[in-house]
Write a protein that binds this ligand. Structure first.
Ligand code: PEP
Length: 255
């Protein structure tokens, strides 16, 4: 049984005081997490104070990105040792805003994924199609390429440090979530591709989160799907009660 995993991607939002208040508010409700693993992913500049605010609670802290080099003359970048130093557990790799706004390529993301995993961190590799790709029936092709290229060279012995987030780009921040059937169809496809890349037993153990306009009100039906193992949440992770609704829905669905 895969442990459900719900992570909040706070993106470029919140003041330091707001981030600490949100983290503390969430940690205070840890008793209601049930079986769900919970992570928060603040902006780099808030990681330290958020980690302090959740210390001693089961809330894990993640980073939204990481550079693949170990250190040196890379102005503006952040390396793995800087994150492990702050007790970071997870790193997002290839969030759609990194792919499509910043222009990160599969080749760059593959280097980042290896750096994250080699540092002992958990990589959350995000994949998903744009609306024009879905309309052109290219959803599976796009996800497959992003998986195959992103995971190139990764040994199955490292699969315990891998989470996949299926995030259709057209659903992110739009209020238009995938239906439970659309999510399940792509999650099952992704698990099949993971079985080809690794093997069936390894694929069966990898958690696949759904992301894209998940809210407390739609979480239960999305989480009810057999291959949906949790959620990567943007907007709805910025309010404790809304995020808690998603966390408890995941725990209830995966009992
Ligand atoms: C995200 O940023 O990964 C995301 C899924 O955002 P939202 O929940 O706001 O659609």
């Amino acid at each position: 049984m895969r442990k459900p995993f719900v992570a909040g991607n706070w993106k470029m939002n919140l003041t330091k005081a707001e981030a600490v208040a949100l983290a503390s508010g969430l940690a205070a409700k840890a008793g209601a997490f049930g079986s769900t693993e919970v992570g928060v992913i603040p902006a780099f500049v808030h990681i330290d104070c958020v980690a302090a605010a959740v210390k001693g609670s089961p809330v894990g802290v993640g980073a939204q990105d990481m550079y693949f080099e170990k250190g040196g003359a890379f102005t503006g970048e952040v390396c793995a040792s800087m994150l492990t130093d702050l007790a970071v557990k997870y790193v997002l790799v290839g969030h759609s805003e990194r792919r499509h706004v910043i222009g990160e390529t599969d080749a760059l993301l593959n280097k980042k994924l290896h750096a994250v995993i080699n540092a002992g961190l958990v990589a959350i590799l995000c994949v998903g199609e744009k609306i024009e790709e879905r309309k052109a029936n290219k959803t599976f092709d796009v996800c497959k390429t992003q998986l195959v290229e992103g995971l190139k060279g990764l040994d199955k012995s490292k699969a315990g440090q891998l989470v996949i987030a299926y995030e259709p780009v057209w659903a992110i921040g739009t209020g238009l979530n995938a239906t439970k059937e659309q999510a399940q169809e792509v999650h099952a496809f992704i698990r099949g591709e993971l079985a080809k890349i690794f093997d069936a037993a390894t694929a069966a153990g990898i958690r696949i989160q759904y992301g894209g306009s998940v809210k407390a009100s739609n979480a239960a039906e999305l989480m009810s799907q057999p291959d949906v193992d949790g959620a990567l949440v943007g907007g709805a992770s910025l309010k404790v009660d809304e995020f808690m609704g998603i966390i408890t829905a995941a725990a209830a669905a995966k009992k």
